[in-house]
Design a protein around this ligand. Structure first.
Ligand SMILES: Cc1cc2nc3c(=O)[nH]c(=O)nc-3n(C[C@H](O)[C@H](O)[C@H](O)COP(=O)(O)OP(=O)(O)OC[C@H]3O[C@@H](n4cnc5c(N)ncnc54)[C@H](O)[C@@H]3O)c2cc1C
Ligand code: FES
Ligand code: FES
Length: 1361
């Protein structure tokens, strides 16, 4: 068949979960992404959208490709948010529900995720499932594993979910679920799960684990037969006919590019660059050319000259190829570095050519180009005039951006040829690559990357190692491209490496590698350059001719960093231990049963708001927000004054109907605006809601909106807290919420022997980072009614807001919430304007309107934790006992009150974990022109608790007494606890903190490990460890909440509560409580059997009124109590029926019989209740203690949390599996606050950390390597719900232990520097306030940005003495 005849294909054919899809190319917009298609045009909603930029893994699916020649299927994960639909022609897609589901049975991956208690909100879980499945599938492809297991090793299992984000679980149970498949797993090492108990025989456990048989796993047919047959007979697309072309040869590509002169063309490899260059989504290309079917671009060629890779070789494939070149360690090192680029699901499709082109054309901070420059790579280019040219990569990067119609064809890494070709000397190539990034395993751009190659040989004459030639490449530090430090290279060439030479080289380097001024942390990045150079050459300074014989004269071994500086950070695998008591007393309450709906979450069948199919005629909204802090809004228009595709209107405050109000939130302290009116008062304030025919069009159009502002005659906006105080820009805090002073501060200070006066601490903000962003769907109903599906923690307030905004009675509105994909406080107040905007638009347009707010808009408009500034004065005795604390706080509430007046209570409650003697406490809630802050998990409490630690640390430092001693001295007695906390302190036996404090020391081997840490620090120069034990006290308040339990005719039970399932396990606890309480009827059906009959259903504000907010950690227990009351009522009604039945039949009565009888007697089988806490039950204290040990790399500032031990008092836990998940998840979220997450604004107050690229929550590689938790089963608490206590927020405070441990390690580093400076031994124990979060740049700064120079200076000095 001739070429022309073959080109007659008109449609795309592919499979999703085995189902055939055929789409006419003429009907497809080539910019459609796979996630768009799957979510909007198929029933497969398990594919979630978390970021749309490749950074979270929620959208991960398995892509399978069939090679008809080799008859082989390749299966790998991809991010469907970056993959273009057209590019999957001929492929098969498997989503999580394709692995298994509720209809055909769940897959072992789903079952194990559920059984290891590894889901909470469940939004990340389908992506996790697919990542795990892919790891198993690929591990078991080449050879069969042993029965019941996979070939996947436990270490590989840990990396299987490395790029997937989860904000809820803290990752440990997810890793355990995955590890449970590994043949080398130590079953004892697996955390608490529903399959096995500690100490059980391995075979018994195996028998219980949901069966994994690799053959059956492969029965998940990832590539259906019909598609194989179609591929065998496949024809190519007619490239000229459609906007999407797939040339199959370079000549065809050339022709296409020539013909298309004047037409905008986008070359597409994997399109992953659209995750970074999001503006690409807005550009309208007339033609897309997919270049991945051109053999020259996917070839791999190896010969003695080197290794050539086609530009479309994926990063994953390149890693594989590089690893195959077993004797070339340079290639292995390049491969190892490449494994840290992005995440597996990006590397699997992202190409090396795409990466290089991003760097060449747009200055992307690439790792690849830096390491390839150091490897002296060359590139082959085909220019628009069809000429093929070869350049060094370095030259290529320096050229002007390559034209749109030019193509990068290949990259070649040449074989090494020694510069000094002298048979008398033995030359060695040293090659090493470096990167410093917030996440060790990748999915984070580097602060700086570098790669060095140096040819060295031994100089007998000079008694050292001489550099014959070197190449030093640096990148990702804000310059245009990877840059060579050529002056340093020149200087070093021919020199023997000594401390003096290195010192001089560092001096030159600092002038040469200068980060761009606009880059964040420039000084840190410069210091990293010095660090890397030192790591590379430092070892050689100690090497004389004799010492090098081993490697330099020998077999040509190349050396690397491992040998240069003390070994790398510990690579130990994650391990954990949990001690948990399952209470039998109120069974099934107290059992660690699997979370309700966990399997559905894993398979992706659990329905979130955006999974509800769009009603006919549905419209989509996107918010338009202000980028100015205080300005008059003159006009709202589109760029170039043309209305973008699909736009139907822009809703502003002018569209509020008659009788309605411009309110976006209602119900807390005041109502706040939905839309800014004439004036915007902060950047991030919502100005309008754009409505279009699809979410994509709405988002694109919102970006094309231009707002004309005018600041004439307006005052200057307020940004600083001091300014707010000066201008009295303060919110009134009602007296009961202001906090209170305890004792007489003057007397307390007078009793002190020492004082620290007016010391300062400050905190920034933290973003919720729920995986499901804000979302709502509003559907107009008859008679001016509105049904709104909202992802909210406050359905009742959403309800009131909508009614107020539309000006309708509240009975015209119905708000329905089934589950929320993570809330953390962010969906309490901030969900209200989202739902209100949809309702307003729906009301105006009389069509359903929904929105799924994109991550950037969500991050910019929702605010976060309260930034604050604290000034304290503290008085204390010589033994460290504090006698008085005087505290003044300035809180940045942002523009509106929101819940800010509540903050003082949280701060003070947590602060009062210590006995301060007396306390004077004053809080000012400042109004600034920044986006309004709200409650974020443990709001105020986390700062209050940390303030306490900072003060204790300060006192310890002042007195030079061990800080752990100072903590102990200041822990409350029960009497002092009562003095500070009044009735909340409860009875004396409830005060378990001192017990936990001591128990933790034993549990964690704290005292012995402190000695080991000391020894470690004495014998390691570049790595320092710190260990710290921290207590937490947390006040919670119970709130009234309604419930209803109804029994249906077949005996099945429906439970309604107004508490929302946000991942905290509320439904599970409620179900357990209902089963226990109904079980009290004592019929022949056990509580466990009853449990299976119970379904908790969505919350509906018209079905159940007077709901409250889901937050503050107590909603589960309050809802459980409401349900218990209902069940008591039902039992009361059923008891006479049961008695009569027993009398009648003489035998036992089953539940079903009983209910059937009750129905016959028309007994009301539905009971409602409202739980109301009273004075004695309204508030109580929670206790926990954590000890964390960290290791700080003082050269890079990287911190590894080696181990964390927690003991937390859950009272009698309602469900220890759920509570364990809450403890671990909260701790890891706290770890993000203390170590990683910077939520920054520009000078106009606009949030600039607005994506997964620049906001880094913890990942699996940043959690404690060893993570042990004990849930204390602390006996009877008569005022609590079945003696249980809260677990949702308090453990977050314990993450301060990590910060304190980092501070201890940094202190050691600072002490060491002082020893290198013998003239300045004073102030060795000088106090320093380590900022929160202690990010890598911060830690490095406090360890000394010039630590290398200091060290070399000292060494040189020593030699000269
Ligand atoms: C979440 C995430 C994290 C990342 N982290 C890192 C990181 O830490 N370090 C790092 O180095 N990189 C990182 N990357 C970048 C990643 O390596 C690139 O996105 C990927 O390699 C690009 O390949 P692609 O095939 O998707 O290119 P595409 O997106 O298809 O193409 C990129 C650009 O190059 C053009 N183009 C593609 N191929 C050619 C060619 N052969 N000739 C001419 N023009 C061409 C395209 O038109 C487009 O403009 C990350 C990416 C993501 C999404
Ligand atoms: S949604 Fe695709 S990676 Fe986040
Ligand atoms: S369970 Fe992972 S994000 Fe909620």
């Amino acid at each position: 068949m001739g070429e022309e005849a073959m080109k007659s294909k008109t449609s795309l054919v592919f499979a999703v979960n085995g189902e055939r899809f055929e789409l006419q190319l003429s009907s497809i917009d080539p910019s459609t992404t796979l996630v768009d298609f799957l979510r909007n045009k198929t029933p497969f909603k398990s594919v979630k959208l978390g970021c749309g930029e490749g950074g979270c893994g929620a959208c991960v699916v398995l892509l399978s490709k069939y090679d008809p020649l080799l008859e082989k299927v390749d299966d790998f994960t991809i991010s469907s948010c970056l993959t273009l639909l057209c590019s999957i022609d001929g492929c098969s897609i498997t989503t999580s529900e394709g692995l298994g589901n509720s209809r055909v049975g769940f897959h072992a991956v789903h079952e194990r995720i559920a059984g290891f208690h590894a889901t909470q909100c469940g939004f990340c879980t389908p992506g996790m499932s697919v990542s795990m499945f892919s790891a198993l599938l690929n591990a078991d492809k080449t050879h069969p594993p042993c029965s019941g297991f996979s070939n996947l090793t436990a270490a590989e299992a840990e990396k299987a979910v490395a790029g997937n984000l989860c904000r809820c679980t803290g990752y440990r149970p997810l890793v355990d679920a995955c590890k449970s498949f590994a043949a080398d797993v130590d079953i004892e090492d697996l955390g608490f799960n529903s399959f096995c108990k500690k100490g059980e025989n391995r075979d018994v456990v195996l028998g219980r684990l949901p069966c994994y048989d690799h053959t059956s796993s492969q029965m998940v047919c990832t590539f259906p037969e019909f598609l194989k047959n179609e591929i065998k007979n496949d024809r190519n697309l007619d490239s000229r006919k459609y906007r999407w072309s797939t040339p199959v040869s370079v000549s065809e590509l050339q022709r296409l590019l020539e013909v298309e002169n004047g037409v905008s063309v986008k070359l597409v490899a994997a399109n992953t660059s659209s995750g970074y260059y999001k503006e690409e989504k807005e550009r309208k290309y007339e033609r897309f050319i997919d270049i991945r079917r051109i053999p020259e671009l996917t070839m791999v060629r190896r010969d003695e000259n080197g290794l050539e890779l086609g530009a479309c070789v994926t990063i994953s494939k390149a890693i594989e190829v590089l690893r195959e070149q077993k004797n070339v360690s340079m290639l292995a090192k390049i491969a190892a570095h490449m494994e840290k680029i992005a995440s597996k699901f990006v590397r699997n499709t992202g190409t090396i050519g795409g990466n290089i082109m991003m760097a060449q054309r747009k200055q992307f901070p690439s790792d690849l180009t830096t390491i390839l420059v150091a490897a002296r790579a060359t590139v082959k280019i085909m220019t628009s005039s069809s000429v093929q040219e070869r350049f060094t990569l370095e030259e290529f990067l320096q050229q002007p951006p390559l034209g749109d119609k030019s193509v990068l064809l290949s990259v070649e890494i040449p074989s090494w040829r020694p510069v000094k070709n002298d048979s008398s000397t033995h030359n060695i190539l040293l090659f090493e690559t470096y990167r410093a990034a917030p996440r060790p395993l990748g999915n984070a751009l580097a602060f700086l990357n570098a790669a060095f190659s140096a040819e060295v040989s031994l100089s007998e004459a000079l008694d050292g190692i001489v550099v014959n030639d070197c190449l030093l490449a640096f990148g990702a530090y804000g310059t245009k491209h990877a840059h060579r430090a050529s002056k340093v290279e020149e200087f070093l060439t021919g020199k023997v490496i000594s401390d003096e030479v290195l010192m001089e080289a560092i001096g030159l380097l600092k002038d040469e590698i200068v980060p761009d001024k606009a880059t964040s942390n420039p000084a840190y990045r410069s210091s990293l350059a010095v660090t890397f150079l030192f790591e590379f050459f430092g070892y050689l300074t100690q090497t004389n001719a004799k010492a090098t014989n081993g490697w330099l004269n020998g077999g040509g071994k190349e050396i690397g960093f491992e040998q240069n500086v003390e070994s790398l950070k510990p690579e130990a695998m994650l391990s954990s231990a949990q001690q948990i008591v399952e209470n039998q007393e109120h069974t099934p309450v107290g059992k660690g049963i699997i979370k309700a709906g966990a399997r559905l979450q894993a398979s992706g069948e659990a329905v979130y708001v955006d999974d509800i199919p769009s009603p006919d005629n549905c419209l989509y909204g996107a918010f338009i927000y202000s980028t100015m802090p205080l300005a008059r809004i003159k006009s709202i228009r589109f760029k170039q004054n043309t209305v973008p595709e699909g736009v139907l209107g822009i809703i502003t405050y002018k569209d509020i109907p008659k009788g309605g109000q411009n309110i976006g939130t209602k119900g807390f302290f005041t109502s706040d605006l939905l839309f800014a009116e004439e004036i915007t008062h902060c950047a991030g304030q919502i100005i309008a809601f754009l409505v279009a025919d699809s979410q994509k069009h709405a988002d694109i159009a919102a970006n094309l909106v231009v707002i004309d502002y005018d600041t004439k005659d307006l005052e200057q906006p307020i940004f600083s807290l001091e300014e707010a105080v000066e201008k009295s820009s303060l919110f009134e805090v009602p007296p009961p919420l202001r906090g209170y002073s305890v004792g007489d501060i003057t007397r307390g200070m007078a009793a002190a022997e020492h004082k620290i006066l007016e010391s300062k601490i400050s905190f920034g903000s933290q973003y919720f980072f729920y995986m499901e962003t804000q979302t709502a769907l509003a559907v107009p109903d008859e008679d001016n009614c509105m049904v709104v599906y909202s992802s909210t923690q406050t359905p009742d307030f959403v309800h009131q807001t909508i009614a107020g905004c539309l000006g309708v009675p509240e009975n015209n509105v119905r708000v329905i919430t089934r589950r929320v994909g993570g809330g953390f406080g962010g969906k309490a107040v901030k969900s209200m304007p989202v739902a209100a905007a949809c309702a307003l638009a729906a009301s105006k347009m009389q069509r359903p309107v929904r929105t799924y707010v994109n991550r950037k808009t969500d991050m910019i408009t929702t605010g976060g934790r309260h930034p604050m500034k604290v000034t304290y004065s503290v008085g204390f005795k010589s033994n460290g006992k504090i006698t008085a604390l005087d505290l003044e706080l300035l809180l940045d509430a942002g523009l509106t009150e929101d819940v800010s007046p509540l903050m003082a209570k949280g701060i003070q409650g947590a602060l009062m974990k210590y006995d301060w003697g007396v306390l004077s406490f004053d809080v000012k809630v400042c109004k600034t022109n920044t986006v309004s802050r709200t409650a974020v998990r443990a709001p105020g409490d986390v700062q209050g608790s940390y303030i306490g630690e900072a003060i204790i640390e300060h006192v310890a430092s002042y007195l030079s007494i061990d800080v752990d001693e100072i903590r102990k001295v200041n822990l409350h007695t029960y009497e002092s606890l009562k003095f500070f906390h009044n009735v909340k302190a409860g009875e004396s036996p409830e005060y378990t903190l001192p017990l936990i404090w001591d128990k933790l020391a034993e549990f964690s081997g704290f005292n012995e490990r402190r000695k080991v840490v000391e020894e470690f620090n004495a014998s390691n120069k570049w790595r320092k460890r710190g260990i710290s034990r921290v207590p937490a006290v947390y006040v919670v308040s119970m709130r009234s909440t309604p419930g209803r339990v109804s029994v249906l005719g077949d005996g099945s039970i429906v439970v309604e509560v107004q508490g929302i399932e946000i991942g905290q396990g509320l439904w599970t606890k409620v179900k357990q409580m209902a089963a226990f309480s109904l079980g009290l009827i004592q019929c022949d059906t056990t509580s466990d059997e009853l449990l299976k009959k119970i379904r908790v259903i969505q919350s509906d504000t018209l079905s159940m009124v007077q709901g409250s907010i889901t937050g503050g950690s107590t909603t589960s227990e309050a809802s459980s109590e409401a349900v218990r009351i209902c069940c008591d009522g039902l039992v009361e009604r059923l008891l006479p029926v049961k008695t009569a039945l027993v009398e009648l039949t003489g035998g036992p009565v089953t539940w079903d019989n009983l209910i059937s009888q009750a129905y016959q007697q028309s007994i009301n089988m539905s009971v409602s209740s409202k739980y109301m806490p009273d004075f004695s039950t309204g508030q109580y204290l929670n206790y926990g203690v954590a000890a964390s040990e960290v290791e700080v790399n003082i050269l890079t500032g990287e911190t590894t949390v080696l181990r964390t031990d927690i003991i937390y008092d859950c009272g009698k836990s309602l469900n220890p599996a759920v509570d364990l998940g809450q403890i671990e998840g909260a701790f890891v979220q706290g770890l993000g606050f203390f170590m990683l997450e910077e939520y920054l604004m520009n000078s106009d107050g606009l949030v600039v950390t607005d994506s997964t690229w620049n906001y880094k929550i913890p990942t699996v590689d940043t959690i404690p390597r060893q993570f042990n938790v004990e849930i204390l089963n602390s006996g009877q608490h008569k005022n609590r719900v079945l003696s249980s206590k809260a677990s949702g927020e308090p453990p977050l405070l314990l993450a301060a232990s990590v910060h304190c441990a980092i501070r201890a390690a940094v202190k050691e580093a600072r002490k060491q520097i002082l020893t290198w400076n013998s003239s300045n031994q004073q102030g060795i124990d000088v106090y320093f306030e380590l900022p929160v979060p202690a990010t890598m740049p911060v830690v490095k700064e406090f360890c000394g940005l010039d630590v290398v120079e200091k060290y070399l200076e000292w060494k040189i000095q020593q030699k000269n003495i």
